[in-house]
Design a protein around this ligand. Structure first.
Ligand SMILES: [Zn+2]
Length: 160
């Protein structure tokens, strides 16, 4: 699951998956929509409070990332807050489809930033910039013709 939140006035994106309390959690510091520093924890194998909510884990990761990257936070007194993010995919009749998945090998129909989901956890989900008409790249480590691609942000002006 990908969500964004603010902490100390800075914007972060988190990507977490797995059973509650045992998730693998990534956070990324966002500046002008670009990902900068990244910090992660695997709650299955690394020491942490498995009763803590995901919000607390995000805060803990921020508290490691901020000094490591020497981030000059915008508002040191501001707490944690989830951010409302535009739906990942929006069609023009007003209906929203947030779980749209595109398959490898098919041509891209919407230019933008996608998240590639690989099989068997051999690679973490990662962002891919795709231009309409280009085919979604294959991965020779994925079975069943993966990865699958999830549209994160439509961006018609994106140029490779
Ligand atoms: Zn793969």
């Amino acid at each position: 699951m990908i969500r964004e939140f603010t902490y100390k006035g800075e914007i972060f994106r988190t990507n977490y998956h797995g059973a509650p309390g045992h998730e693998e959690v990534f956070i990324m510091h966002m500046i002008d929509g670009e990902e900068f520093g990244e910090m992660s924890i695997d709650r299955m194998t690394e020491e942490n409070d498995t009763d803590a909510p995901i919000e607390q884990i995000c805060i803990d990761l921020c508290e490691k990332l901020i000094p490591e990257r020497e981030i000059q936070v915008a508002d040191p007194s501001a707490g944690f807050q989830w951010r409302d993010v535009k739906p990942a995919y929006q069609v023009h009749d007003g209906k929203q489809e947030t779980t749209m998945k595109e398959k490898t090998g098919l041509p891209c129909t919407v230019t933008g930033i996608y998240l590639a989901h690989h099989d068997r956890q051999h690679k973490q989900p990662h962002e891919v910039k795709m231009v309409k008409g280009h085919k979604f790249p294959i991965c020779n480590q994925c079975e069943d013709g993966g990865p699958s691609y999830e549209l994160v942000k439509e961006d018609p002006n994106l140029i490779r």
